[in-house]
Design a protein around this ligand. Structure first.
Ligand code: C2O
Ligand code: CU
Length: 486
C-alpha cells in the first residue's frame, strides 16, 4: 500500500468507483453483472521480503488499490474475481452480511473457481476498521486486505487515517507449515514460556507474575516465521507515513497474521484506543495495546509540535521479534529500527479488555439462551476442539431468532485463542464471572484458563462460523457453527 494523504485517499476512492463502473469487459463470468460494483481481484503478486522475492496473493482493485474503502449507508457492492489458478473464497471479516454472502467455504457458498466471479451486494450498516481474507490456508499467503467502512458523519476533517495490516510470513507453503505442526512432536516449532525463562528478568512485575504462573506448560507461538510484515514491509524497510506537526492521526490497525498475536507499542507517543474490531469504545489512553489474530484496533494519536519520526511497533507475543511502521514529519529524521528487540514480550492478557467500555452498549435484555463453550486442545497431537469436538464432528450452537444469546467461553487449554463469530458483533459482558458492559467486537482473546462471556442478539438467520482465528487451530478442529432454528 502506498503512502497517501487524506485528499488523495478520497480522490482514489472516487476514481475507483468510476473505473469499476466502466469496466464490464473483464472476461469473468459471474451470476449477474452488477454495473456499479467495485471489482476486487484475487491475484498473485511478488513482494520483497528481506531481500528475497516472494510470490504472495493479494486482493486488488483495478486501479491497484489493495482492499476497499466504503461508506456506511451505501451498499457493499463488490464483484470478486478469482485470477488465481486455484479455487478460493474471501470472507468480509467485520461485516454482517445476510447468510449466503459471508465467504466461508460451504457456509453456504462453494469455493470460487479459477477464472470465475461472485457478486456481493448488501447494505453496509456498520462502520469501522475491518478486513477481507481467504477463509482457507491461502490466508497465510497474504490473501488478505483492509476493508474500511467510513462514517461520513464521524471523521474529523483533520484526522489522518493510517491503515496498516500486519501479517506473519513464511517462505514455506501453508500446507508445509501445517504438516510441520501435525506431523510429529519433534518437528513442532512450539515455543513454550518455560523456554523463555531466561528473559523474564527483563519483564515488569505483572508480566513476570503471569509468565511464572504459566511457566511449566503455556504454549505461545506455534510457528517460527521468516518475517513479520506491516503492509507487506519488514521493519528493516518500513513504510514511512508522512504526518504533520501537531496533527492527529487515526491508526487503523488490523492483525491479519494467521498465527501471531502482537502488542502494539506506540513508543514515546501516547495513544488513545477509540475502537476495537470497528466498534467505538470509551477512549483508553496508553502506549501498549494487545492485538490478537483477526482483531482490529483504532488508536488516535496527537502528534507533538516538533518535527520528528516515531516508530509504531507490533511486538510479537512471547518473542523479541517485531514489525512496524514510522510516522514522520517532513523534517523528521527516520532512524533504522531493528526487527528484533532486546527482550521477549509477555503473552497477551485481558487487562485492556477488562477496561474497555462500549460507547453504545447493547440494550438490557435477559439472555434467552446461555451456552457454555469450552476450548480444548491436545498440543502433542495438534488437535484443537470446542466442547470436546473438532470440526469433523462439531455440534452446532443452536439459537432462536430474536433471542439474546450468551456464550460463556472458557479456555481449558494452555494456549491463547482469538475467538471469532461470523455474521454478528457481540458485546463482552463478563470476564471470569465479573459482569461489565465491555467492548462490542467480533473477535475476543481467550488467555489460557480464563473465561470471557459474550452476548449477541440473534438477528441474522443462518449458519455462522464460530472459530479460533489462529489459522492452524481452525484447520485442525477449533471451529463450530451458530445455527438458527428453522
Ligand atoms: Cu476472519 Cu472466520 O474469519
Ligand atoms: Cu486457537
Amino acid at each position: 500500500m502506498q503512502q497517501i494523504s487524506r485528499r488523495q485517499f478520497l480522490a482514489s476512492t472516487a476514481a475507483a468507483g468510476v473505473a469499476s463502473a466502466a469496466s464490464s469487459l473483464t472476461g469473468f463470468p459471474g451470476i449477474a453483472r452488477a454495473a456499479t460494483a467495485t471489482i476486487i481481484r484475487a491475484e498473485s503478486r511478488v513482494i520483497d521480503v528481506a531481500g528475497r522475492a516472494a510470490t504472495v496473493f493479494g486482493l486488488v482493485q483495478q486501479d491497484g488499490t489493495h482492499g476497499l474503502v466504503a461508506q456506511a449507508g451505501e451498499d457493499f457492492n463488490v464483484r470478486l474475481e478469482n485470477a488465481l489458478d486455484t479455487p478460493t473464497l474471501i470472507h468480509w471479516h467485520g461485516l454482517t452480511p445476510p447468510f449466503g454472502q459471508d465467504g466461508v467455504p460451504d457456509l453456504p457458498q462453494p469455493l470460487l473457481q479459477s477464472g470465475q466471479a461472485y457478486d456481493y451486494r448488501f447494505p453496509l450498516e456498520t462502520t469501522g476498521t475491518h478486513w477481507m481474507h481467504a477463509h482457507t490456508l491461502q490466508e497465510q499467503q497474504l490473501l488478505a486486505a483492509p476493508l474500511i467502512v467510513n462514517d461520513p458523519a464521524e471523521a474529523g476533517p483533520d484526522e489522518q487515517p493510517i491503515v496498516v495490516l500486519f501479517h506473519d510470513f513464511s517462505f514455506k507453503t501453508p500446507e508445509e507449515l501445517l504438516a510441520g505442526l501435525t506431523g510429529s512432536i519433534g518437528s513442532m516449532a512450539g515455543h513454550s514460556m518455560s523456554g523463555m525463562s531466561h528473559d523474564m528478568s527483563n519483564m515488569n512485575g505483572m508480566e513476570q507474575g503471569a509468565a511464572m504462573q504459566m511457566a511449566p506448560t503455556m504454549d505461545i507461538n506455534d510457528i517460527e516465521y521468516d518475517a513479520y510484515l506491516a503492509n507487506d514491509r519488514t521493519l528493516e524497510d518500513p513504510q514511512v507515513f508522512s504526518v504533520e506537526k501537531s496533527g492527529t492521526v487515526r491508526l487503523r490497525l488490523i492483525n491479519g497474521a494467521t498465527a501471531t498475536a502482537f502488542w502494539i507499542d506506540t513508543g514515546s507517543l501516547e495513544g488513545e484506543a477509540i475502537a476495537v474490531d470497528g466498534n467505538p469504545v470509551v477512549p483508553v489512553r496508553g502506549r501498549r495495546f494487545p492485538l490478537g489474530m483477526g482483531q482490529r484496533i483504532d488508536i488516535r494519536i496527537r502528534l507533538p509540535r516538533e518535527e520528528g519520526a516515531w516508530p509504531v511497533l507490533a511486538l510479537r507475543e512471547g518473542s523479541a521479534e517485531r514489525t512496524g511502521f514510522i510516522l514522520a514529519t517532513k523534517g523528521g529524521a527516520v532512524k533504522r529500527v531493528s526487527s528484533k528487540g532486546d527482550k521477549a514480550e509477555g503473552p497477551l492478557d485481558l487487562a485492556l479488555e477488562a477496561s474497555l467500555l462500549a460507547t453504545t452498549p447493547f440494550a438490557e435484555k435477559a439472555a434467552g439462551a446461555s451456552e457454555p463453550v469450552v476450548l480444548g486442545g491436545d498440543m502433542a497431537k495438534y488437535a484443537w476442539t470446542i466442547n470436546g469436538r473438532g470440526w469433523s464432528d462439531h455440534r452446532p450452537i443452536a439459537v432462536n431468532k430474536g433471542d439474546r444469546v450468551e456464550l460463556a467461553i472458557r479456555n481449558g487449554s494452555m494456549m491463547g485463542h482469538p475467538m471469532h463469530l461470523h455474521g454478528h458483533h457481540f458485546q463482552v459482558v463478563g470476564i471470569d464471572g465479573r459482569r461489565f458492559s465491555g467492548a462490542v467486537r467480533d473477535t475476543v482473546w481467550l488467555p489460557p484458563q480464563r473465561e470471557v462471556t459474550v452476548a449477541f442478539d440473534a438477528t441474522n438467520p443462518g449458519t455462522w462460523a464460530f472459530h479460533c482465528h489462529h489459522l492452524y487451530h481452525m484447520a485442525t478442529g477449533m471451529m463450530t457453527v451458530v445455527q438458527y432454528a428453522a
